[in-house]
Each structure stands twice: as structure tokens, then as C-alpha cells.
Design a protein around this ligand. Sequence first.
Ligand SMILES: Nc1ncnc2c1ncn2[C@@H]1O[C@H](COP(=O)(O)OP(=O)(O)OP(=O)(O)O)[C@@H](O)[C@H]1O
Ligand SMILES: [Mg+2]
Length: 312
Amino acid sequence: VIVCVSANPSIDKLFEVDRLVAGAIHRPVGFVQRAGGKGLNVARAAASLGADVCAVAMLRGHAGAWIRDALAAEGVPGSFVWTSGETRASLSVADRAEERLTEFYENGEQVPADAWPGFARAVVEQLHAASWLTISGSMPPGSPDDGYAQLVDAARRAGTPVALDAAGAHLERALHAGPDVVKVNRHEAADLLGEEMATEERALAGARELRARAGADGHTGIVTLGAEGVVVVGPDGLELRGHLYERGRYPVGSGDAFLAGLTVGTERSAGLEEALRLALGSAAANAELPGAGRLDPDRAKSLAGSARVVRV
Ligand SMILES: Nc1ncnc2c1ncn2[C@@H]1O[C@H](COP(=O)(O)OP(=O)(O)OP(=O)(O)O)[C@@H](O)[C@H]1O
Ligand SMILES: [Mg+2]
């Protein structure tokens, strides 16, 4: 079972308008609403690829109940921890004329002090059956700064491989707890390391540095470069770059689909290079369909077949 941490899920709403004008009234010509947040996107993508998953999500209020029901309708199993308040929502507005997306992300309200310990316990309860623990995205305000570090630590003690995709202070703290895999995009890597990942060489040095901070030998550092692909330093220090020529129009959530492909690939005991190809295929398949973490598994596999992974 791939256990996917979703500490701060969100109802993701997409409005489509002919043209977005600040200060004007808009009547959207299209509207979709989905259970979102990075952890749920990973769970959805991994489930689409045929893996057994369990999304551990902190849910709140009526919006939380909506997410629970939406996941059930999609066939994504979860373990839910309830706390007071309301689950947040995020709004994206697609401007058809400009083909531009304008996004509004709620931080979410503070959670009570006992929410995180209860959530961490629910994650630990799933570890016995877990082939992977994935930790993605933000934590709700009011969670401890070392919250993700606690989860990495628990997974390491349970002998469960753990993959981390976070940003800022949470990333920094959790990295020191020694995740098996750290996967961030070039902007998150630049924020942490204090240097722009402007070239592939620089990004590879960034991946090396992330791996070193996670504990070096036995750990994998990954920096994704949007449509340009990915650079990876593997557990034995092997340096790889991965690339796909196909580009999709909907890359939101491609990082989450990438993580899903990588964990599903290694769960099926593929080597790192083969798992990377499935990660690239899944990420590109995600970019071909609207909706974060949505992908056609057959398309992901066929794209994986045309992904290029080369040793640097
Ligand atoms: N337009 C695209 N078409 C095809 N594949 C893409 C595209 N954009 C990104 N990818 C793939 O997805 C991977 C992750 O992309 P990116 O670096 O944008 O992650 P991210 O910023 O974490 O995304 P998100 O947080 O929205 O999930 C890349 O390494 C690449 O393989
Ligand atoms: Mg990301």
C-alpha cells in the first residue's frame, strides 16, 4: 500500500471565463470541483496506475465531508482524521481568451493544538502495511514546524521507505530526518539552497546537495525541471537525467503524478531507471488531461516507453 499524507487537502474549484477582468462580474462558462491538495493528487495518480493506496487526510467540517465523499466516488481509499473548522478551498480561474490561469490558494484556518498529534498517529497506524509513505504539500496552520520531520522519523523507524515533496522550513526540517527520496521542483530547490537552478548542471548539483542533506548514501535527490524533465542522484550516487519529448497543456499536478509513478515503479521492483521512466510517463500523462493527478494509465505506460533516461 502506498500511504499518501494529505495534511492540508482542499476543494479545488476551476472556473472558466471568456475573459478575466479585475473588478468585473463574471458568469463562468465552465465549472469543475475536485478533491485536491498534493497528497490527494499523488493518491489519485497512484490509484490510477493500479496501486493500492491509502490517503491519510485531515478533514474538517462540511467541506471535509465533501472531500471524503468525492474520494469514495473516485475509488480512492482513505483514512480520515477529523478536526474542527472547515477544510479550505482553492480557486483557479481559466481565462479562455488569454489561455491563462489565475489562482487563489487559501491557507486554511488554524487547526487546534491536538490536531497534528492525532493526524501523526493515524499515519503511523498505516505504516505496518505500507510499501511507501509519501509526504507532499503544506501543513495546516497550527501544525508544528517539525511535523513532517516526525513522520519521516516514524517511517524510518518502521522501515518504510519515505518520499518527501515539501517546501520551505518544513522541507528543511524534514530533510534532516533522512527521507529515502526527496523530490522538489527547481523553485523549491532554489529557495532551500539559496541559488537559482538556472541550468541543468546547477540543478544536478542541487539534487546532489539535497541527497547529501538527507544523509547521502542510500538516499535519492530529485529536482524536477517542468517540461524540461528531471535530474536525479540515486542511492548509490548514480547521476541521471530524464526527459520526454511530449508536452501537455495541463501540467498542474505533474509533480504529484511524477511521485506517484516513481513509487509505483519501485513498488513493482523496477530499478531506479525504469521507475524514473514510469514517473516521467505519469507526469506527462497528467499534463495531457485537465485536473491535477488525473491520468490515463495506458497513456502513462506508453509515454514511459518513450522516456529517455541517461547517465550523466
Ligand atoms: N508540460 C508538461 N508536459 C509534459 N510533462 C511535464 C510538463 N510539465 C512538467 N512535466 C513533467 O512533470 C515533472 C514535474 O514537473 P514540475 O517540475 O513542473 O513539478 P511541480 O512544480 O512539482 O508540479 P506540481 O507541484 O504542479 O505537481 C517534470 O519533471 C516533467 O517530467
Ligand atoms: Mg510540486
